[in-house]
Design a protein around this ligand. Structure first.
Ligand code: GUN
Length: 286
């Protein structure tokens, strides 16, 4: 069994992005919109700010209280769409309030949509097409998973891949990317009747359900590649008061798997690295 080192791969990508940004001749900017108060979103934003500064991207944070009206958010996005200092725009998820996310994501200029969540970019991804002559923006976490598989020379062609989770951010786009590479993809979710029936047949198992200890060793085929995308907060006696775990019972599952991502230190750093890559991509658009 080997443990996938997402931090090392992400570091390599950040170094590559940094040198390409230095050659751009201008400093790109990322605008991040935070709506309401959510611990997970704040954690992601902290990591994104550190990474942007490290590679030479300006970071602009725009915060809204949870009582904000959707029109205020859309009006900010319209300003950012026209702002030449801003090459990338994203709304950090999850948001703790009920707003029409599709309307918000639709307002972001598809060329500045570094999350790949605008319906145009989603449509291009699902139809496996390109935008003009450029690659479309691929959502960061799915892109990070694909890059990790590539780095560790895991060929997905013809493999049985089970993805647990059908979110718009991870499960659905990742399933399409895997399908594009020739995998046979099964998407499982909260309504799946017998999860083990599916997982035990997976050559590659992707866990993105957000449920601590959901995947036990008995559910994993010997020699499988296990990619744990989830972030679950578990309270403990530490100074911080919690620690982060994924969806797998890591210690037991790792003895069955041939390759496995830890949480933290697996997919998480890759999400941020792929965001930087998307900002670079957006910065190259004239
Ligand atoms: N929350 C978890 N992953 C993501 C992501 O890739 N983009 C945004 N905006 N929010 C997220």
């Amino acid at each position: 069994m080997s443990i996938i080192d997402g931090r090392a791969v992400a570091k390599k990508i950040r170094g590559d992005v940094k040198s390409k940004i230095a050659g751009l001749g201008f400093q790109p900017g990322l605008a991040v919109i935070l709506i309401g108060d959510n611990w997970e979103s704040k954690l992601y934003i902290e990591q994104k700010e550190i990474a942007c500064k490290e590679v030479g991207i300006q970071f602009f944070l725009h915060e809204f209280v949870s009582s904000v009206e959707i029109n205020e958010v859309i009006s900010l996005i319209q300003k950012l769409n026209a702002d030449r200092k801003v090459q990338g725009i994203l709304v950090q998820l999850p948001i703790s309030v009920s707003l029409d996310l599709i309307k918000i994501q639709e307002a972001i200029d598809p060329w500045k949509d570094v999350d790949g969540f605008n319906p145009i970019n989603r449509g291009l991804l699902f139809s496996m097409a390109k935008k003009a002559s450029l690659e479309t923006m691929i959502p960061c976490t799915p892109a990070g998973v694909m890059r990790l598989l590539e780095e560790y020379e895991v060929d997905v062609n013809g493999k049985n891949v089970v993805v647990i989770g059908r979110s718009n951010i991870i499960g659905k786009p990742l399933s399409y990317l895997l399908l594009q590479k020739g995998a046979t993809v099964t998407i499982c979710h909260s309504q799946t009747k017998d999860l083990k029936f599916h997982t035990q047949n997976a050559d590659i198992l992707v866990c993105a359900a957000g449920q601590e200890a959901l995947v036990t060793a008995e559910m994993v085929k010997k020699g499988a590649v296990v990619i744990d995308v989830a972030l679950n907060r578990v309270t403990d006696q530490s100074k911080k008061g919690y620690h982060i775990v994924g969806d797998t019972d890591f210690e037991k599952v790792k003895s069955k798997a041939s390759l496995i991502t830890p949480v933290p230190g697996g997919v998480g750093p890759m999400t941020v690295a792929m965001l930087l890559q998307n900002i670079l991509k957006a910065s190259l658009i004239k």
